[in-house]
Design a protein around this ligand. Structure first.
Ligand code: CP3
Length: 351
């Protein structure tokens, strides 16, 4: 696919074209800080309903699009959404996150995981992504996303979110063969799922390895990086033109390693100065990020200054403007609106 100016800004920037301003979107841009979302949540109290009934998930995905016209519209879903299709039952509890009813603790459980067929187990994803593409046309880019093997394994093994990751680290550091088997199965399933999202209309896919920052760099090299690579290699083999983004939360110690994952774009969090991130990753690597989500609790002047600062440090090529992680639940909507307006008025030559 060649360079073509009728394609949306974020997709062009993600493919390495020189653009007039950095495209902008926000992780978790659909969600609790929006009144429209909280209202809809009253009508559909279960997260699985909100994310798996196509009309509801489409409406939620489009709420920030209608309010702020971001350059990227992300599918409203969750990283654990594909787990039931692998035979791992789950719920998402309000204020807590994913709950896995029968956590994976044995090799037998790993071997009994189902063969994953995204088309059969996640038909709603196709309806949602196709509708989002139709709705935004060439005005915005539709992003899909998947969880990375380590992070999904953390939920599957711990059974819920964790502060210490003691159960999965117990497995990693005493029975690594079981965990490697699980990670490899997850990597194949996730690659398959990412390809399915692309076939359904996702134009960029982000891999969330949110909890890989809980690993020491040497353990990251053993349990996270090889499986990120396994996912990216398989997706690239069939879909070489779809830009892929990698995210790790708390990534300052493993930033260079993220650049070795096979991703096209590294999401940078705010523990790293954007100028340092550029140096550490090299000028060939594209970046996304990296304002502290807390900046959106500041004054308008402060928000504007931080946008300028980040864009200046990122330079005039290969940058997608975003927060360093998801927008926080109590963020004033007015400040989110200001963030998008300010970002969209930028001219790179003038910064
Ligand atoms: O960015 C977007 O707008 C897309 C929506 C999205 C959700 N989850 C919706 C959601 C995305 C990209 C995710 C990914 C996800 N889910 C990650 C990776 C991103 C990250 O933060 O690093 C992780 C670790 C999860 C697991 C998960 N699901 C957590 C930790 C929680 C939050 C628990 C809480 O309530 O604080 C969830 C639930 C969830 N997923 C919510 C949303 C909007 C909040 C619940 C709700 O709105 O009712």
């Amino acid at each position: 696919m060649g360079i073509s100016s009728n394609q949306p800004l974020l997709l062009r920037a993600a493919r390495g074209e020189v653009v007039d301003r950095p495209p902008v979107w926000m992780m978790r841009q659909a969600g609790r800080y929006m009144k429209a979302y909280r209202d809809l949540r009253e009508k559909y109290p279960s997260f699985r309903e909100r994310s798996e009934i196509p009309e509801v998930a489409i409406e939620v995905s489009l709420q920030p699009w209608k309010a702020f016209q971001p350059d990227g519209v992300i599918l409203f879903s969750d990283i654990v959404t594909p787990l039931p299709g692998l035979g791992i039952d789950m719920d998402i509890a309000e204020g807590k996150g994913p709950i896995i009813h029968s956590p994976i603790r044995t090799l037998e459980q790993v071997n009994n995981l189902h063969d994953f067929d995204p088309e059969a187990s996640l038909p709603f994803i196709k309806t949602i992504l196709q509708s989002l593409r139709q709705e935004v046309g060439n005005q915005s880019t539709v992003l899909g996303f998947v969880g990375a093997p380590w992070t999904l394994a953390a939920y599957a093994v711990e059974g819920k979110g964790s502060k210490t990751y003691s159960v999965i680290k117990n497995m990693a550091f005493s029975e690594p063969a079981i965990l490697h088997q699980l990670l490899s199965k997850f990597a194949d399933a996730i690659a398959n799922y990412a390809r399915y999202q692309i076939d359904c209309g996702a134009q960029v896919v982000q891999l969330f390895d949110s909890w890989a920052g809980q690993l020491s760099p040497q353990d990251y090299d053993t349990f996270a990086l090889p499986y990120q690579r396994q996912v990216f290699e398989q997706v690239k083999a069939t879909h070489p033109d779809t830009p892929l983004i990698v995210l790790v939360s708390g990534s300052a110690g493993v930033l260079e390693r993220m650049g070795q994952s096979g991703a096209d774009i590294v999401q940078v969090d705010w523990s790293v100065d954007m100028a340092d991130a550029r140096q550490r990753l090299g000028k060939q690597m594209k970046v996304q990020g990296n304002l502290d989500p807390g900046v959106l609790f500041g004054s308008k002047e402060f928000i504007r200054d931080r946008i300028y600062d980040t864009v200046k440090k990122a330079g005039n090529w290969g940058h997608i403007l975003n927060l360093g992680h998801g927008v926080l639940p109590t963020t004033p909507e007015e400040n989110v609106a200001f963030f998008f307006e300010t970002a969209k008025e930028l001219k790179l030559a003038a910064v």
